[in-house]
Structures are given as structure tokens and as C-alpha cells.
Design a protein around this ligand. Structure first.
Ligand code: GLC
Length: 527
């Protein structure tokens, strides 16, 4: 059977460009799709330094008249992952310090043009660019690629299917209508039946409205986003997509995240069968953060973006209370985000010197050592489409303490605080409801008490470490979906372009939300 050709369009793909879980998910998914027989090319902006990470880079096309000016398409192969990559090169747009924000954390003023250019490049490739094969299907990720389905629809590109995957509905890519010309938004798509929402251009809405299929990254999030509390104003539009909205749970890259061969662990490898070296990893982590190097201390780690979404505001209040309540507790924090939370956590480190170590910043190796050395991981979120970090923790025998939202409600198994021991033996973590300080402190306390019961704790560790979370299995529903959408590919030469099954959606008016911008709107603001 000929392979399905897919063009995957995203703003991030580890290790070429990453600011968060999106970058991990895109690469993990892409590599597994290739292994499953998909003929995949990844399209990314040529951010500063990215082309150097590719082997055999060459210019394959020149694209005039893109938003933000003419660009080149570079093709190469990612040295680390082997993925075939197309880079959209326009130094005026992408040769900058950050992916989305400048040195001061300010969004670039031309993000509308920067990511419209990416979508227009996908359109050109779908229309046929010399030396680049026309894909059967374009897989667009998050708002950065949201214009792709709309543009293919508007330019009547038949026969190229589109899938829009939602990793985070809180970021929608909202820009002033005055930018419509600059971003090449066709005239007929400028009203509320097109890309407009709340009087602005909304890239994600464009993707949701026009994609042949919309997918999101966990079952529970797929249910949540149909409600006003989590839909960020797009819940009516999503509900209107009916059976074309599909939940496909993420996986994790279980080769990169494997305590049995992780190069970041300085040879202190371990596995579900033999966890002895985890104690050495713990000691190394205690040392690195200036904590008392005692094996019987309970080491809790936090390693996520310090934002409102990630309940950093709750954690800065809950952690000192937990440290007071449990003398055996130690805390390490690695992360960066809003300045106020960073400052509050630094202060916590000073106040509990020797028991609490805080490092503002993030690097991959430190993240791996954090998961390896900790006993438990605190991962509060107000909303969490999937939540890769708690799964990384589980794989390293570190028990996640998470909030019961989004993907975490699916992946973390907790029969509850009143469950008998027998039931807790099947658990993989501790969940709490809501976003109160009390709930978070209570969950930490519960984890500390479970930790004291060694056989139970070991059973929970084993459950997490042996769970089947790899991308190889996780990607299969995508492969089936793509096959179903593209249909039989018997003879390339006489492939008759199929008519697109989705008609232009009926006018959908979306409800206004509190902060219709690109920032974390959070559940509270969207409610
Ligand atoms: C986003 C979501 C996160 C998810 C990741 C990968 O970062 O916030 O929940 O795990 O994308 O899909």
C-alpha cells in the first residue's frame, strides 16, 4: 500500500524548537507516525539556529508574496530524530531571540504575520511546489497553524485533507481585523462565519471551523472543551463539529524518558525491576539543591511553567504550609514564568534553606534529574489538555500529585482518599479537586502519608513505571483516522482529487470571553 504523505505544521518540535509540551508532543507523534509507515514532513519556521540542527540542508523552493515578505523553503533531516523537515526561512520574521516573545517576555508585534506565513507556506505546498511532494493530508497543530484549513478551503485545494489538533484552547491567536490584508485572509472569510470572533481574527477558530477533523489530546479534555468552563468561548463551535471532533490521547517518548538509559543520570540507571539507583539520584538532587542529604526525607519536586494555568499562585501558598506541617518534607522547584511567582518561590527557598531549593530557569537535563531524584511531583493545573510531565514522573517512579482535570484525570489513577489499601495498590498517583490551597496541601499530606507505607508506595511506583504510555501505541488512532480520511491510495498517477466532505460551516456566533488575547485565559477568566 502506498504511504500516506502528511505535512505536519507546527510552531515547535523538540529538539529543533521547544518552549513546552507542544514541542515534545509534535516530535514524539511525528517519529511514531513515520515508524507506523506515514511518509511525513514537518514544516516549522526557521527560527534562529534551527537550520544548523539539520543534516543536508538545501533550498528547495522560493515563495514570493507570503505575509511578512518572500521566503525560502529549506529541506533537511533532523540529526537527532531523523525526521524529514521543511523550514520556512525569512530572517526578518524568524531570526530572533525567542519563538514567540522577546527578551522582556513581550509577544512579538508581528506574530500574526509570522504564523500566517507558516500557514500560507503549507497552502503553497498543498497547491504544488516544485521539488516538494504534494501531501495527501496536512496536520496542523494549535493556533500557529490554525489558518491552514481555512486557506485550503478558501483556495479550493481539493483532495488534501486537513486535521487540526488542539493542544491548548487557551491560546487562540487573536489579532486585530486591520491585519486581515497583511496576513492574507481572503475577503469572504473575514466575518463571523469565517475567522472572526469577538471582532478579531482568531486563528484557532479558523482551524476548528474548516478542518476536516479536529482532534484533541485526551478524552477528558475533549469532553471539557464542550463546556463553557473549559471551552474558552469556542465551546459552541466545537460542539457544532459533532463527530468530526475526535479525542486521541498523547503518548510520551519512552526512549528519551527512560530511567534505564537516560544519559542525564550520570550512569545511575534504574528500572521497575531494580529501583536501587533511584536513591542515588535522590541524593544527587538533594546535593544539587543544597538540601540535607538524608534518604528518609520525602522529596517533592515541582517542574513546570510558573503560571496561573499551572497553579503557581496556589503552590506559593501551599508549599510553605506543607513544609511546616511535615518536618520530613523537602521541596525542589525548577521553572520559570511570571516574575511574581518566581520571586515568591525564591523567597520560599531562602526561608526554608536546607529544606527547599529553587532554581528559576529550565533545561532538559535538569528536568530529567528532577524526575529521577524526587519521590513525588506536584503538578497542579487549572486546565491540562494532556499533561506530559506527570507521565514523565511516573516513568521515573515518582508519584504525581495532580489536579483532576484534562488528561490528568485519565492518566493518573487514584481511587480516592477513602479507598481501601487494596484499591490504592492499583493507584498511580494522588489527585485533588479544584484549585484551593487547602486541596493542594491536603493532597501533599496524603502523598506523604502514603510514602510512609513502603510496600504500598512501591506498588504505586511500579504501576507508573510499567504503564503503557509510549507513542508507538498512542499514534495508532491517528494512523487509522488518516487512512479513513484519505481513502485507498491505489494508483498515484490517476489519483482523482476527492471532494472535501465538509461544507462551509453555518454561521456560528461565539460567546465573548473575559480576556480574548493570546495569554493563558485560564478557567476562571473563561468561565
Ligand atoms: C500543551 C498542553 C499540555 C499537553 C501538551 C502536548 O502544552 O498544555 O497539556 O500535554 O500541549 O499536547
Amino acid at each position: 500500500m502506498p504511504a500516506i504523505r502528511t505535512l505536519m505544521v507546527a510552531a515547535e518540535a523538540y529538539p529543533l524548537a521547544k518552549t513546552g509540551g507542544l514541542g515534545d508532543a509534535v516530535t514524539g507523534m511525528a517519529v511514531a507516525m513515520v515508524e507506523a509507515g506515514i511518509d511525513l514532513q514537518l514544516l516549522l519556521p526557521a527560527y534562529r539556529g534551527v537550520s544548523r540542527k539539520l543534516a543536508g540542508v538545501r533550498t528547495v523552493a522560493r515563495l514570493a508574496d507570503l505575509p511578512g515578505g518572500p521566503a525560502r523553503l529549506l529541506a533537511g533531516r533532523c540529526r537527532e530524530t531523523g525526521l524529514s523537515v521543511l523550514l520556512l526561512a525569512n530572517d526578518a520574521l524568524y531570526d530572533r531571540h525567542g519563538l514567540y516573545v522577546d527578551e522582556n517576555g513581550q509577544e512579538y508585534a508581528d506574530n500574526a504575520e509570522r504564523f500566517a506565513a507558516l500557514s500560507h507556506a503549507a497552502l503553497r505546498i498543498s497547491q504544488g511546489v516544485q521539488a516538494v511532494p504534494v501531501p495527501h493530508l496536512v496536520h496542523a497543530h494549535d493556533w500557529h497553524a490554525g489558518l491552514v484549513p481555512l486557506l485550503l478551503h478558501a483556495h479550493a485545494v481539493r483532495g488534501v485533507k486537513t486535521v487540526m489538533t488542539l493542544h491548548n484552547l487557551a491560546f487562540q491567536g487573536l489579532f486585530p481585523m486591520e491585519k486581515a490584508d497583511a496576513v492574507g485572509l481572503p475577503q469572504a472569510y473575514r466575518d463571523e462565519s469565517g475567522a472572526q470572533a469577538w471582532g478579531r481574527i482568531n486563528y484557532l477558530k479558523a482551524g476548528i471551523a474548516y478542518a476536516d477533523r479536529v482532534t484533541t489530546v485526551s478524552r477528558n479534555y475533549a469532553r471539557e472543551i464542550l463546556t463553557p468552563a473549559f471551552g474558552c468561548g469556542l465551546d459552541p463551535l466545537l460542539a457544532g463539529r459533532g463527530e468530526h471532533l475526535v479525542a486521541i490521547a498523547n503518548g510520551i517518548d519512552d526512549r528519551t524518558w527512560d530511567p534505564a538509559r537516560d544519559p542525564c543520570l550520570d550512569g545511575m540507571h534504574y528500572s521497575a525491576r531494580d529501583v536501587r539507583n533511584k536513591a542515588r539520584c535522590k541524593q544527587a538532587l538533594q546535593k544539587a539543591f543544597g538540601l540535607a542529604q538524608q534518604p528518609d526525607k520525602v522529596l517533592l519536586a515541582m517542574g513546570n511553567r510558573l503560571t496561573h494555568q499551572k497553579m503557581a499562585d496556589v503552590a506559593v501558598q501551599a508549599l510553605p504550609l506543607a513544609l511546616q506541617a511535615h518536618p520530613e518534607l523537602q521541596v525542589v522547584v525548577i521553572g520559570e514564568g511570571e516574575r511574581g511567582y518566581e520571586a515568591a518561590l525564591r523567597e520560599l527557598g531562602e526561608r526554608f534553606a536546607g529544606r527547599c531549593g529553587v532554581r528559576i530557569g529550565y533545561d532538559e537535563a535538569a528536568g530529567h534529574r528532577l524526575h529521577a531524584g524526587a519521590d513525588m511531583l506536584l503538578h497542579g493545573s487549572r486546565f491540562e489538555p494532556f499533561g506530559l510531565t506527570p507521565l514523565y514522573a511516573m516513568r521515573y517512579g515518582t508519584i504525581p500529585i495532580g489536579s483532576r482535570v484534562g488528561g490528568m484525570a485519565d492518566t493518573i489513577h487514584d481511587p480516592g482518599e477513602h479507598a481501601p489499601d487494596e484499591a490504592m495498590r492499583a493507584a498511580t498517583g494522588v489527585l485533588f479537586e479544584g484549585d484551593s490551597v487547602q486541596a493542594m496541601v491536603g493532597a501533599i499530606g496524603r502523598a506523604v502519608r502514603l510514602h510512609a507505607r513502603a510496600p504500598l508506595w512501591r506498588a504505586m511506583q511500579r504501576n507508573g513505571m510499567t504503564g503503557e504510555f509510549g507513542w508507538t501505541a498512542a499514534v495508532q488512532p491517528y494512523v487509522r483516522l488518516f487512512r479513513e480520511m484519505v481513502g485507498p491510495l491505489a494508483d498515484e498517477a490517476v489519483r482523482v482529487p476527492a471532494l472535501r466532505p465538509v461544507a462551509r460551516p453555518a454561521l456560528v456566533k461565539v460567546r465573548a470571553i473575559g480576556r480574548p488575547d493570546n495569554r493563558d485565559v485560564g478557567v476562571a477568566a473563561a468561565a
